[in-house]
Structure formats: C-alpha cells, structure tokens
Design a protein around this ligand. Sequence first.
Ligand code: SAM
Length: 281
Amino acid sequence: MNRIIGLMKQYNISPVKRLGQNFLTDENMINKLKEAINPMPGDYIIEIGPGLGSLTQVLAGNSSVLYCIEIDTKLYHVINERFGHIPGFISGNFDVLKLNSKEPLPGYQEEYKVKITGNLPYYITTPIIMKFLEEDFKFDSMYFMMQKEVADRITGKPGTKEYGSLTVAVNYYCEARNVLNVPPHSFCPQPNVHSVFLELKKRPVPAVDVKDKDFFFQVVRGAFNQRRKTLVNALSNYPSLNINKEELQSVLESMGLDVNIRGERLDVDQFADLSNRLFKE
Ligand code: SAM
C-alpha cells in the first residue's frame, strides 16, 4: 500500500477540505521535488503545511534545520511522531500567516541559507507568497506547489489574461521558474485542479529601481483593478492615487506610449518608469 495512504489509515485521518488537505502520494513526484529543493547542510528549510510528511520525509535530516509549520493539531502530532527524533527537526502548531517576521526563526544562524517550501493549501496560496515577499523575510528561495492557474498568473507575460498585479509583485522580488507540472492523481484526495511546482528565487536586488515602493505597487494595483479600462481611466479612478487624466496622458506620451493603452500591456520596467514619473516627493 502507498506509504501516505497507509499513514492516513494508521492515524485515522480524514482530510479536511477547509484546510486544503490534499496529500501528495506520488513517490516519483516527491523525489523530483526533493531534487529541486536540493536540501543540504547549511540550509534552513521552512516547510509550510507538512501534513502527513510526504515532503518532510525527503527533507528531514538533509538540511541543518527543517522547521515545519502545521495548523492542524492532529497532523502536527503525526509529523512529530515521525520526525521528532531527527536532528535539526523543529515544528510549530499554528497558522503560517501568523509567523512573525520580526522574531528570529528558531535555531536560526546568520550563515544559513533560508529556503521556504510546501505543498501549499490552495485556499491561501497568494496570501502566503505575498506575506513572505512583503514582510521582508530573509530567504534565498521558495519552492511551492500551487494550483496551475496561480502559477500561470505568476509567470504570465504582459498582454495575456494571466498577467496582473500578482505577476508584477512576485517578479519584482523574485525570478520564477516552473519546475514541474503535477496531475491531480498524484494526490489523495485528488484536487479538481492541476498543480505546478514553482521555484521563486529571490533577486539580490529588486527587478526595477523605484523611487517609492508603496506608490509603485499602488500604481500596479490601480492599473489592474479595472483591467478592461484604459490605463488613464483605471488610474484616474483609483481613489488612493489622486492623479488626473491630463497628467496621466502627458506622462504616457512622454514615455512614447499610446494614451489609450491598457495596463496589462506594460511590462515591469514600464510600470517602474511610469510610477517614477508620477511620484511626487
Ligand atoms: N505537505 C503535505 C503533502 O504534500 O502531502 C500536505 C499538503 S496539503 C495540500 C496542505 C497542508 O497545509 C495541510 O496539512 C494543512 O493542514 C496545512 N495548512 C492549511 N492551512 C494552513 C495554515 N494556515 N498554516 C499552516 N498550515 C496550514
């Protein structure tokens, strides 16, 4: 019998849909994820939602620290029973969205390379990614399993329907790479979506130079808030920006862009240029 399905029976676990519990059972996929994460001494790995330990079992003991954060108390006990004896294994029973970026990570040392990974609960994929990006967590790379649609939005190209504020935000901080496509039958229970395992490598410096990061992201959000409208209409209607149409038109002209252009046509460099031209000290 499959190891993970055996554990579900042994511990009498019925997956909780509300917590996005789809356990990875496909050993071949699990080994490929391990290869991509490449755990090694000197790594501090945070695993989000270890569940029954599908990924944990190939990570534990291979990095200096493996810090597992699991919200479900029953599963938290299972992983402690399975891996608690392994050197470097640490666990926490709480909501990962409550992880405090101001507090030092348990067992952390300055020389460690931080990798964050997980087969993410799909109901909070975007909040988890944005938390680690925006709260200034010190990390080297993230490796996440997510719903294909979310991965497509992260890797989307300008002008496509997938391209949006999530694309710009993630690419501002990281370089994204699609590592693996994972079909529903690799999980138990099977989700009704396809999945993608994505690598997000933190850039040494952000992709673009902006005068004011908050203002830059407001312009991006404003542009995609009403994405069917022209950029001039979308941004002039966006309450927190307070920019009028005439100013927007003249800035677009000075950038050599059509005044009727839609925001989805602008790449990250053009958004940076636009926000720098619009920003007032
Ligand atoms: N890693 C396991 C695997 O690959 O089989 C389980 C993955 S399952 C898709 C998502 C896991 O995240 C579940 O174990 C679930 O209980 C846990 N989880 C859900 N919401 C969470 C949260 N807010 N914080 C921490 N863990 C969470």
